[in-house]
Design a protein around this ligand. Structure first.
Ligand SMILES: Cc1cc2nc3c(=O)[nH]c(=O)nc-3n(C[C@H](O)[C@H](O)[C@H](O)COP(=O)(O)OP(=O)(O)OC[C@H]3O[C@@H](n4cnc5c(N)ncnc54)[C@H](O)[C@@H]3O)c2cc1C
Length: 425
């Protein structure tokens, strides 16, 4: 679900930020959270200023929600949690949309594209073209956010008229656009259920369009979190792993982070998940998160044909019906010796009975983790303040607008530019 590429071209933008703000005496900055947002903030801040940066991270690794898991605990087999393929694993996916009873559409990447286009046209009319063109237009508007720092996302979204997408439910937006209900239900909803575990009557239209850009997805061999590790390394920040911040409070014109004083503090995590104690007068918009089970299993057995019928696809997306599937997506992510590793995204826990429903034989390895994965993306046009109080900044208001690694990194870079700007005044 990347918008531009996995991340914006790091060197070009670092240079841009530098040119805009020039080198200046360094503020003392604390960043709470070493995920995509915190790492990007540290990187760009160090490129633009002489800032003395400390990053606090409660986990023992960099990357936050961008993490890897080792199949059978074998470090040679890192399995991605995301819908991203590793460059050295090239099982060509056949994608099928499963509604709990039948596959409503399948897509084989070996099929000539003209044939797929004709099948789409016959089934869904011109809706795929309408959506493709519209998404292109909206995403090119979104990319304007990269052009210059913005002090308010709420105002920037309004200025670019993107609030007309964030404030409307996706199903209404699509029907106003004249997109057929069948195409929305079969194809677009399958994508939103896979990428954000939400149906078209649950999430805002901008996020729905982000889902429809996913053909440009890229990934990093060894795990995307390597990008964030390298950003932090390059920034030469003082990284404190396994250090959970409990309290941020104002002390004169400085901010105290568990007793240590800073000129600026960047909160680079969703507030609810952080257990942070903050001054009572500071308000953040309520953003609830989707609890998603990510389950990885390794097996030499194929999918259960009594559930899915003969020759099921190896990438299954789902949509709603009178018997809506309990899982959101099911896909092969890599091989492990003579087995395949499958990834299941679901809102419900995966039990043995459910695995029997999906697979025709023994599972040799299973990993399951419940994530507070992404916000419940209800329509909204207020994304909170970026500088919540003088010197106190917040990255994750961005997630109510668009929730991806890239957009957290974009907000990290934006805050770095705003701090650098203040420093150079
Ligand atoms: C299963 C799953 C699949 C996803 N798929 C994709 C995808 O395909 N593409 C995509 O772009 N995005 C995807 N995402 C979303 C993506 O992971 C997030 O949008 C992105 O990682 C957010 O980065 P962040 O830095 O804003 O927050 P986080 O990654 O959550 O980082 C916050 C960090 O702050 C730390 N922290 C929190 N509180 C404290 C504290 N008090 N003290 C110190 N440290 C603290 C946390 O430990 C964490 O490391 C997915 C997420 C999940 C869970």
């Amino acid at each position: 679900m990347q918008l531009h590429s996995l991340l914006f071209p790091v060197c070009v933008l670092a240079e841009h930020t530098q040119q805009a703000f020039l080198s200046s005496p360094g503020p003392k900055v604390a960043i709470i959270g070493a995920g995509a947002g915190g790492a990007a903030c540290s990187y760009y801040l160090s490129s633009a200023t002489e800032a003395d940066i400390t990053i606090y991270e409660k986990n023992d690794y960099i990357g936050g929600r961008s993490n890897v898991v080792y199949v059978h605990d074998d470090p040679l087999y890192p399995a991605p949690r995301f819908n991203l393929s590793f460059s050295d694993f090239d099982l060509d996916p056949i994608t099928g949309i499963w509604d709990g009873q039948k596959f409503s559409f399948t897509l084989d990447i070996h099929e000539p594209s003209w044939k797929t286009a004709i099948r789409l046209l016959l089934k869904y009319g011109t809706s795929p073209i309408t959506v493709k063109n519209h998404v292109k237009k909206v995403i090119s508007t979104f990319l304007k956010l990269y052009d210059a720092p913005f002090a308010s996302l709420t105002l920037a979204a309004k200025f670019l008229a993107l609030d007309s997408q964030t404030s409307v439910l996706a199903n209404k937006y699509l029907s106003d656009l004249g997109v057929s209900g069948k195409f929305s239900h079969d194809i677009i909803q399958a994508s939103t259920r896979c990428n954000y575990a939400q149906n078209l009557d649950q999430l805002q239209a901008l996020t729905m369009m982000v889902c429809m850009t996913s053909s440009n997805v890229m990934s990093i061999k060894g795990g995307n979190r390597l990008i964030f590790e390298n950003m932090i390394k390059a920034s030469e920040a003082n990284l404190k792993l396994e250090t959970e911040v409990m309290k941020v409070e104002k002390e004169g014109d400085k901010w105290s982070v568990d007793g240590e004083l800073y000129d600026h503090v960047v909160i680079a995590t969703p507030i609810k998940q952080s257990r942070l104690s903050l001054p009572a007068n500071i308000e953040f918009p309520e953003i609830e998160y989707v609890e998603l089970y990510v389950t990885l299993v390794s097996t030499r057995y194929s999918l259960n044909t009594s559930t899915f019928g003969k020759s099921p696809p190896n990438f299954i997306l789902t949509t709603t019906s009178s018997s809506t599937p309990w899982f959101n997506s099911l896909s092969v992510v890599q091989s492990y010796l003579d087995e395949l590793v499958w990834k299941i995204f679901s809102l419900e826990e995966v039990t043995d009975v459910r695995l029997d429903e999906l697979f025709s034989g023994e599972i040799t390895w299973i990993y399951q983790h419940k994530w507070e994965a992404y916000p419940k993306l209800r329509p909204r046009s207020d994304f909170g303040k970026i500088e919540v109080e003088k010197g106190l900044w917040w990255i994750n208001g961005m997630e109510g607008f668009i929730s991806t690694m890239e957009t957290s990194a974009l907000m990290g870079r934006n805050i770095a530019a705003l701090i650098a700007n203040k420093t150079s005044l």
